[in-house]
Design a protein around this ligand. Structure first.
Ligand SMILES: Cc1cc2nc3c(=O)[nH]c(=O)nc-3n(C[C@H](O)[C@H](O)[C@H](O)COP(=O)(O)OP(=O)(O)OC[C@H]3O[C@@H](n4cnc5c(N)ncnc54)[C@H](O)[C@@H]3O)c2cc1C
Length: 446
């Protein structure tokens, strides 16, 4: 059987590896961006000189031939599901028995006047990185439109080259469409303290250019104010990269529509990773999941389905981690920007404004719903277990120290956090003694 995978990102490559582990099928991975799989999340480190491109490749170049995974560099232009083949930008066509679409995301552009000027760019792929190298060379001032995790990375990248950066965001506080007010305010303050100019509650009106077609500034929609700049970073979110599928018979909405087995409406055609959209979202999850680990999980589940171990995608409790400049962020379970009905929260922030813990729970039955931590590292395995076991908020608080994995000699704040909970709720929760932690921690050794 010939399996064709479009996209050599984490989703496509995980599917390829696991199909190979469990079968002898012919596997071909087509991708237009790079010859080999690399870690997209490390793009910023290449720019900042912390890593070379070679070091972002999780597998050596010989790995693919040894594992009989054929790599083919091209862009797929159309998919013909009747003929069971794809047409490539080099004019060739390639047939398949099974087709996996794993084409990731593209940066959002909202049709702003001037968005095609030289010096206007997103940050998603290797082509963007090459573009940034050129655009940053003589850049005196950059404007980043849109916040979020990619925006802050782009800001940090430009800052590492001493380029002054203005953020223009339509929200009134950084990323507050995802972060609750406390965390968002902390991040906004942190960004400003790092010397960024953060303009809130404003939209981009247009991008201004000169006679050579190069960007010279932007205009704010609400005020008409102009800001001079020679680089405009567009980081206003991403969308599934599926334009080339639209002419096919494969059902799409924002992404390629799939069921819980990652199957599309067309037999033998599947979609995984950033480009897939669940027709019926999995409880507690979004229909499109645009993070690294979900791409990996979906690749693994699909591989099992293709080799005959049919199973649905069951990702378990949500988690994610990132960083805002030098503040690390982790989230486990569901901490929404606004509390849902029947939810309560405990927000603790360190007086230095660089650390916080935000726990959401249901006061009626004390069920723990989720946690955000900034500046304090917490173990994923424990929170995953506690969420699956539907533990109470008080159980979580009692055992909070077991979840903390900040390096030795870091000051711990669990007592302060519990004290705040007790004051807020009139409870008398105590931190578990060190000895009791050993039973919780023994779980981690398994
Ligand atoms: C700068 C940046 C930082 C990030 N940081 C994090 C992070 O810290 N944590 C996290 O969880 N997630 C992060 N993400 C998101 C994460 O990288 C993505 O969720 C993940 O890479 C998606 O994997 P994928 O395999 O679905 O798609 P992709 O990694 O996008 O791979 C898709 C591949 O398909 C190829 N392709 C697309 N169309 C075609 C076509 N028509 N023909 C041939 N090939 C095609 C593309 O060239 C690409 O190589 C980050 C993303 C970016 C851009």
């Amino acid at each position: 059987m010939k399996i064709l995978i479009i996209g050599n990102g984490i989703a496509g490559i995980t599917a390829a590896r696991h199909i190979r582990k469990n079968s002898d099928h012919e596997i071909i991975v087509i991708s237009g961006e790079t010859d080999h799989f690399y870690s997209r999340t490390a793009l910023m480190y290449i720019f900042m000189g912390h890593m070379r491109f070679e070091e972002t490749k999780p597998y050596e170049d010989w790995f693919w031939m040894k594992n009989r995974i054929q790599l083919y560099r091209a862009w797929v232009e159309t998919v013909d599901t009747d003929q069971k083949h794809v047409i490539l930008d080099n004019g060739k066509s390639m047939s398949y028995d099974k087709l996996i679409i794993a084409t990731g995301s593209s940066s959002n552009y909202f049709g702003w006047p001037g968005q095609d000027l030289k010096g206007v760019q997103g940050l998603y792929n290797m082509m963007d990185l090459e573009e940034l190298e050129k655009n940053a060379q003589h850049c005196k001032h950059a404007v980043i439109v849109g916040g979020g995790l990619i925006g802050i990375e782009l800001g940090e990248m430009l800052h590492s080259r001493h380029i002054p950066v203005t953020f223009l965001i339509r929200e009134d506080s950084y990323w507050n469409n995802v972060l609750p007010p406390g965390e968002s305010a902390m991040v906004s303050k942190h960004i400003r303290e790092h010397g960024f100019n953060l303009i809130t509650s404003k939209n981009l009106g247009e991008i201004i250019g000169d006679e050579r077609g190069c960007v010279t500034g932007i205009k704010i929609k609400e005020t008409g104010e102009e800001i001079e700049c020679d680089l405009v970073g567009i980081t206003a979110g991403v969308h599934p990269n599926i334009e080339f599928i639209k002419s096919s018979k494969i059902d799409t909405n924002r992404g390629v529509l799939v069921n819980h087995y990652l199957e599309t409406n067309i037999p033998d055609v599947y979609a995984i990773g950033d480009c897939a959209e669940f027709k019926e979202p999995i409880a507690g999850r979004r229909p499109i999941e645009q993070v690294w680990y979900t791409g990996r999980m979906q690749g693994e589940v699909l591989a099992q389905n293709i080799v005959g171990n049919r199973q649905p995608y069951r990702p378990g409790p949500w988690f994610n981690s990132a960083k805002f400049l030098d503040i690390e962020y982790q989230t486990y379970g569901m901490v929404m920007p606004k509390l849902k009905e029947g939810e309560e929260s405990l927000y603790w922030e360190h007086p230095d404004g660089k650390m916080c813990v935000h726990i959401v729970y249901q006061p009626a039955d004390k069920k723990f719903i989720g946690i955000n931590t900034f500046g304090i590292r917490m173990r994923h395995h424990l929170f995953d277990q506690w969420l699956r076991e539907e533990q109470s908020v008080e159980y979580v608080l009692r055992n909070l120290r077991a979840a903390n994995f900040d390096p030795e000699f870091c000051k711990m704040y669990e007592r302060e956090i519990i004290q705040q909970y007790n004051q807020q709720t009139g409870s008398s929760v105590y931190l578990q003694s060190k000895r009791s932690f050993s039973s919780v921690l023994s779980f981690l050794k398994k």
